[in-house]
Design a binder for this molecule. Structure first.
Ligand code: NDP
Length: 485
């Protein structure tokens, strides 16, 4: 281990600590392939300690006894502290994930806003009264699940930490987070800041390690009451199966293959940069990436040419070079994306344009040039699989009905977008698209903290973000009072 690099620590029971076995994982910068930090490689025993700490905080500790107003105040302090450390956190996130600095800054702004939003909501969680026959007063309480286990991925560690932890804590749960080994420095640093914000011991526990060991141990732990998972459909199924053995609930956010549909009557100049940004953001490693663009036949040639001209000018390079794209997270992810590209070549899928990797990009970085493919066969892997790289597939469509059929021809259903100036068509299309969020003449909404987010079909189930995300972290208790004399 090189002493000049920081060794990050787990947060368990309010204390920063190494893994019990003292094992560590090297943290590699995706931009240059160099090690620059270490994180704990935690085992089942560390997870067990963290779950017990969370259990204690919820059942007997200061956290479980705290009023909603006090919880909100602590979360607000945390949000303010995040804002104060914004540039430090953004630089860390950028170096760790490879995402360009401006994106990391936007992520930290969203992170602070999650805690601000949920801080404000903490003491505004109401139940209902329900009229029934007879001498009864019936009411419902929204109660926390208890201990929430959160497994988060490497693509947006800080933002996803915000949406899961913000909602879970505001509702009064205690939390154990297992971030991804490929990128979790911002999350471990947030553990340090949470202590400074005055979060009581055990309310939030963060344990880094591999998914196979630490992640799996968390999902099998019988003392966890509810899970939130974001990641691949395959791992999502494993998490759901493990949770099912203890009859626990799970929200799953599993990515997508989202369609951006552009009609001839749309404002094409306005749409163009938004459509490109929706696929190159975070180098395409975004669950809600707009990875398919459906173009009305009459403008297909003109619009795909415009897209191609822009694509050819895109540049990939190191995270801090202020370019359009950074590197991919890992060699593993780079190989996944390269395999899709080789397969597209073998299938003679039309390459319309390719961006470039800048000449002086470090050799050991995980760089890939963004690419635009045209007339993509709708049932090819390129059109169907979540690539998680900066690859955009273009398809022509004849009419509304054809556009809907193509958009819904996916096992995923996370996000969709429709570009048209026809108001009635906007509504028809929004209703017809099978996805959890549909944008009209836009894509994304600055993090969308306030907006319920989640999938149809293989994109998962349950909702995060907004008030719905808060309710997802609760369960309803119904109380029936007989007030007959
Ligand atoms: P995973 O789904 O395997 O990883 C997501 C999280 O789950 C990580 O924290 C991981 O830990 C953890 N994990 C892995 N195995 C287990 C397990 N058995 N039990 C519990 N937790 C586990 O995604 P990958 O990183 O392998 O990426 C593969 C593909 O998944 C990508 O190419 C992309 O298509 C998709 N993906 C989708 C994301 C989304 O936002 N929807 C995010 C990330 C990936 P660790 O990484 O430490 O092993």
């Amino acid at each position: 281990m090189n002493k000049q690099y920081k060794s990050y620590k787990n947060l368990i029971a309010g204390k920063l600590c190494e893994a019990i076995d003292k094992e560590q994982i090297e943290v590699i910068c995706p931009s240059d392939g160099e090690v620059f930090a270490y994180i704990p490689k935690s085992s089942t025993r560390d997870i067990d300690l963290a779950v017990k700490a969370a259990r204690h905080a919820y059942d007997k500790g200061e956290w479980g006894k705290m009023s909603a107003m006090e919880r909100g105040r602590i979360l607000l302090k945390f949000s303010i502290l995040i804002e104060k450390h914004k540039s430090e956190l953004a630089m860390l996130e950028s170096r760790d994930t490879g995402k360009i600095l401006s994106q990391a800054e936007a992520d930290i702004t969203a992170l602070a806003r999650y805690f601000e939003f949920y801080a404000g909501a903490a003491d505004k969680i109401y139940g209902n009264t329900i009229p029934i026959k007879g001498n009864f007063l019936t009411l419902t309480l929204r109660e926390p699940h208890g201990v929430v286990g959160g497994i988060i991925p490497w693509n947006y560690p800080a933002q996803i930490f915000g949406r899961v932890v913000g909602a879970a804590l505001a509702m009064g749960n205690s939390v154990v987070i297992k971030p991804a080994e490929d990128a979790c420095l911002s999350v471990l640093r947030l553990g340090e800041l949470a202590v400074s914000a005055g979060l009581p011991a055990g309310a939030l526990n963060i344990v880094s390690g591999t998914g196979e060991e630490a992640g799996s141990a968390l999902t099998k732990h019988s003392q966890v009451d509810f899970f939130s998972f974001t990641g691949s459909p395959i791992t999502g199924s494993l998490v759901q199966q493990a949770a099912a053995l203890n009859q626990r609930g799970v929200t799953l956010e599993l990515g997508g293959k989202s369609a951006q549909i552009i009609f001839a009557d749309a404002d094409l100049e306005k749409a163009l940069p938004v459509i490109i940004n929706a696929i190159i953001q975070n180098s395409g490693q975004t669950c809600s990436a707009g990875s398919r663009v459906l173009i009305e036949q009459s403008i297909y040639a003109e619009f795909s040419k415009k897209l191609a001209e822009k694509f050819a000018k895109l540049k990939a390079g190191p995270h801090d070079a202020n370019l359009d794209l950074g590197p991919l997270i890992s060699k593993k992810q780079l190989n996944i994306v390269k395999n899709f590209i080789s397969q597209a070549e073998k299938e003679n899928i039309e390459l319309l344009a390719k961006g470039e990797i800048i000449d002086n990009a470090p050799e050991k970085g995980n760089y890939i040039a963004p690419a635009l493919y045209g007339n993509v066969p709708p049932n090819s892997d390129l059109a169907q699989k979540e690539i998680f790289g900066p690859i955009l597939c273009a398809f022509p469509f004849r009419d509304e009905e054809h556009a809907i059929r193509l958009a819904n021809n996916s096992e995923f259903g996370l996000v969709g977008a429709v570009w048209t100036s026809d108001g009635a068509r906007q509504m028809r299309m929004a209703k017809a698209i099978r996805a959890g969020q549909v944008y009209i003449n836009s894509y994304g909404a600055g993090g969308g903290i306030e907006l319920p987010f989640g999938g149809f079909k293989k994109s998962g189930h349950g909702r995060e973000k907004g008030i719905e995300g808060l309710y997802e972290m609760s369960t309803t208790k119904t109380i029936i009072i007989n007030h007959e004399n």
